[in-house]
Design a protein around this ligand. Structure first.
Ligand SMILES: [Zn+2]
Length: 459
């Protein structure tokens, strides 16, 4: 038997509609060839009659809209790779699902459809997604299999890739038909309100695995969506791969209803307060982690805001570590070796002056010590989610009373520190205060933007 060929490509980012940070080639990392296969980490050798053909996978930290020219160039680059091969049997797409490109309504749908049009009708398509992505009819029409993460924070990325590849391989080798059923759910909340390590999502997601065992069902999914996308397609959805359409439809509605019926229980996993209040609640004897949520770069914030920094310095709070603040200008300021530097944030238009007691540079970071506080300035947008991020900069967390990270829910490693923790409801492009975010293009009604309406779905 001839070996079957699976082509692998994709683009993955999450775009806050109103962020001024336009993403282009400087923001994306490209994984290709062996590097891409290694990243996916699938047990390739088990499938001797399949050849995997890695093209390019573009990924970036969430931010603002993707530059349209760059987006179109990516598609062309992938099509050029595709042209090098004849008779592709399957394509694996690695996507996030909440991309935004101005004047392209459904960028993932556009991307998949364009590439789909270059292969034969018999070629099977499998799509791997983040659970914060959005589904559309165009996407459903152009794919054969679908798998999304089932954990947030995401700890099942590789397992999700594996689910999508296995469905694809089974489809190619056994030619078994898979149907994808989907239902929109008029709910759109933040990841911070829908973590799968707490209820109600913990149970809802656990149930997906129970449904997967039913005869006629292949793989069940629930997408939460991305609340800072002010687009028509931004909504939650239930998506079921099945061989039995009747049972698939029933289970899909069941999943949709289980999320809808719990909508009022979707609340923050952390105690959450505004900036002024939170510092009064800190137990000074304990180590505390504060999450500056409105400027969280992993949700699409810029990461440059200085609201919390300003508050700490104004109120003479000490023993605080800021990890980190994205600010390229600081590196120039520090070069001039002044005793005082100005920190400006172009987004909030705020500026403050701080004295420099000591500073050092390491791995594109500037670590500045001022008034018994340490501020890590970063040359590139960067979250501090791992303990190694601190170790690499010779920073000992035990020396501090307060750690401030630009984040929503705490990363699994920071959570393990078992520190007191609060989420600060700060301003920023990804503010958790939904009353402050523009709502021009989302479908109406949608919870929690509208609260009193019925969801017309019946099992
Ligand atoms: Zn996500």
């Amino acid at each position: 038997m001839d070996k079957k060929k699976i082509f692998i490509c994709g683009i993955s980012t999450e775009c806050c509609s109103y962020s001024t940070l336009i993403q282009d080639e400087n923001d994306f990392e490209i994984l290709s060839d062996k590097k891409l296969l290694k990243y996916i980490d699938f047990n390739y050798s088990k499938y001797k009659n399949i050849t995997f053909m890695p093209s390019k996978f573009y990924r970036s930290l969430p931010g603002g809209p993707v530059d349209k020219k760059f987006f179109l160039k990516i598609i062309q680059n992938i099509i050029n790779d595709l042209k090098k091969h004849t008779s592709i049997d399957g394509i694996l797409f690695l996507m996030h699902g909440a991309m935004y490109v101005k004047s392209i309504n459904d960028p993932e749908g556009f991307f998949i459809k364009k590439i789909r049009s270059k292969v034969s009708k018999n070629c099977k398509i499998s799509l791997s997604y983040d659970l914060h992505g959005h589904m559309t009819d165009t996407i459903i029409k152009n794919i054969d299999y679908f798998a999304a993460y089932k954990t947030a924070p995401h700890i099942d990325v590789k397992q999700t890739y594996s689910r999508s590849i296995k469905m694809l391989i089974n489809g190619i080798l056994k030619n078994k038909k898979n149907h994808i059923i989907w239902e929109k759910i008029p709910v759109l909340v933040s990841g911070e309100m829908s973590s799968t390590i707490v209820e109600p999502c913990k149970k809802i997601y656990k149930n997906l695995n129970i449904f997967n065992k039913l005869k006629g069902i292949n793989d069940c999914n629930l997408l939460i969506g991305y609340v800072w996308a002010d687009t028509n397609r931004a909504t939650a959805s239930a998506i079921v791969n099945c061989t039995d359409v009747k049972i698939g439809k029933r289970i899909c509605k069941k999943i949709a209803l289980s999320y809808w019926n719990n909508r009022f229980k979707l609340v923050y996993d952390m105690k959450s307060y505004n900036l002024n209040k939170v510092f009064h609640l800190i137990n000074k004897k304990k180590f505390t982690i504060l999450a500056d949520s409105g400027d969280n770069p992993t949700a699409g914030g810029v990461g440059s805001r200085i609201d919390v920094l300003e508050h700490v310095f104004k109120n003479k709070i000490e023993n605080t570590l800021f990890a980190g603040i994205y600010n390229k200008e600081i590196f120039r300021e520090l070069k001039n070796k002044k005793n005082k530097i100005v920190i400006k944030d172009s987004i909030s238009k705020k500026k403050i002056f701080i004295s420099i007691d000591k500073f050092y540079l390491k791995n594109d970071n500037a670590i500045v010590i001022s008034n018994n506080n340490t501020v890590i300035f970063t040359k590139y947008r960067k979250p501090f989610h791992y303990l190694s991020d601190f170790r690499e900069l010779n920073i000992n967390l035990k020396k501090y009373k307060i750690l401030i990270v630009k984040s929503g829910y705490l990363s699994p490693e920071l959570k393990k520190l078992k520190a007191d923790n609060f989420m600060i409801l700060t301003d920023g492009f990804v503010t958790q205060d939904f009353k402050r975010i523009k709502n021009l293009f989302r479908e109406k009604p949608i919870f929690p933007f509208q609260k009193n309406f019925r969801y017309n779905i019946a099992i």
